[in-house]
Design a binder for this molecule. Structure first.
Ligand SMILES: [Zn+2]
Length: 450
């Protein structure tokens, strides 16, 4: 697979996009980057608009997509939303999960996403009984990403208790549990050996939260990730109630508990990190722990606004995720980081377009264990996302502020083409492998909800 692309504009990591960039792709890699090429070379594929590295969605729960629109009715909180989410989780099977996840990942590809971190905790059959293949649900997720032409990091999630006090799992939660940390590690080990044969998938570990993993089990998950040189993720302080419970039981914050368990460091990503103390920010930043913000979900669930800028300044790279899939649009996640801060502070200009773009590319790839992804750089994997500059939202973009147009005005609907590892997955806004993605989404959601 050799292809020469000519990009009308391309972001090569600077403050602005370069005009006229030729990218040679050989196999699944970028093998040459030539800026200042005024006109498309003969036999090149022309990418009109601005081409950026494939967008990376660092935090996803694919099946939450079935809730879209349905959970916007009436009032409530994170906790009432969670009951609705459990009702969907109760009904999924490996077959319906694979179909739904394929549709969701195809929607992500159409939004310019080429790599997703699936924070996967729906492991077992109803009543918590293992399937004949204990990794049937994990395999469904990995296969779905392949069907949709996406890269995936499977963040195999440890989920053992219903609360910080160690209360047992009940109802649908029993599907999430492996009974003890050793059983989780053994099942994850089995999945890791399968994923090792898949060039488009990688393995990671996750601590669901300090609610769901007892203090004595935290080091088991952290050590598993270290042993496999794999990313480690955890939901951290999304809700004040989690902080309060942790203080009551352990006398410290969730971040302090994770630090004591040896979980913090560059391989770790704290997801949400919404309600943090100055000590928490110091621990996360000082250890180089990444944070993943999910602004559209955090708004949707009325979680709050996390201290993203302070975390970045303290040393935590910020990535972004679509989480509950209320919206799948990383351009909106990017601008959400800035716009939420504007509302909270009364000031503009906390994050530049370049910094926001880095969050949805380079930082996301790093958080998911893909160090050779997230930049348009010779030798890196050839994942390219092109955003059109001729729609009603983006027309008349100024050449010196193309990145600002992309981050503050464009939406997922403006993604024109997507290349994953040298393979065209989206062409002129249509998915090459899942041509009628909207129909598949409808079919897949109805198969689960009836
Ligand atoms: Zn989440």
């Amino acid at each position: 697979m050799n292809e020469l692309y000519w990009c009308e504009f391309a972001w090569l990591g600077g403050d602005t996009a370069e005009r006229g960039v030729a990218l040679q792709v050989t196999g699944d890699r970028i093998t040459d980057v030539t800026p200042a090429v005024a006109h498309p070379p003969t036999n090149s594929t022309v990418l009109r608009g601005v081409t950026v590295p494939g967008l990376v969605n660092a935090h996803s729960h694919a099946f939450h997509r079935a809730l879209r629109g349905r959970t916007q009715v009436g009032r409530g909180s994170f906790w009432s939303w969670r009951e609705q989410m459990y009702a969907v989780a109760a009904r999924l099977t490996p077959d319906t999960y694979r179909q739904l996840a394929t549709a969701v990942y195809a929607e992500m590809a159409l939004a310019g996403i080429t790599c997703v971190g699936e924070f996967h905790y729906l492991h077992h059959d109803v009543d918590g009984v293992s399937y004949a293949d204990p990794n049937a649900m994990s395999q469904a997720v990995v296969d779905a990403a392949g069907d949709a032409g996406m890269r995936l990091t499977l963040l195999d999630t440890c989920y053992l208790t219903a609360g910080v006090d160690g209360s047992p799992l009940t109802g649908t939660q029993r599907r999430f549990g492996d009974h003890d940390p050793g059983a989780w590690a053994e099942r994850a080990e089995g999945m890791a050996s399968r994923v090792s044969d898949n060039v488009a998938a990688r393995m990671g570990a996750a601590i669901h939260s300090v609610r769901a993993v007892p203090a004595e089990a935290l080091p088991v998950v952290a050590e598993w990730a270290t042993r496999h040189d794999a990313p480690l993720h955890a939901h951290v302080s999304e809700q004040r109630a989690e902080n309060d419970d942790c203080q009551r039981v352990h006398g410290c914050s969730p971040t302090e508990l994770l630090a004591g368990a040896g979980a913090l460091g560059p391989r770790m990503t704290a997801v949400h990190a919404t309600h943090l103390s100055a000590t928490d920010i110091g621990l996360l930043g000082g250890s180089g722990t990444g944070v993943c913000m999910c602004p559209t979900t955090e708004r949707d669930l009325a979680d709050g606004i996390g201290p993203a800028r302070q975390l970045d300044s303290a040393g935590s790279p910020v990535s972004l995720g679509s989480d509950s899939q209320a919206v799948i649009d990383l351009l909106q996640e990017g601008r959400g980081l800035e716009l939420d801060q504007r509302l909270a502070s009364g000031q503009r200009g906390h994050w530049s377009a370049r910094e926001l773009l880095r969050s949805v590319t380079t930082n996301g790839a790093q958080a998911l264990g893909w160090s050779e992804l997230g930049r348009l750089r010779c030798g890196d994997l050839a994942d390219l996302t092109t955003i059109g500059l001729d729609s009603v939202r983006t027309s008349d973009a100024v050449s010196t502020s193309v990145l600002e147009t992309a981050l503050f005005a464009a939406t997922a609907a403006d993604v024109r083409s997507v290349v994953v590892g040298g393979r065209v997955v989206v062409n002129e806004g249509r998915h090459a492998l899942v041509p009628d993605t909207a129909r598949l989404l409808r079919t897949a959601v109805h198969a689960v909800l009836g």
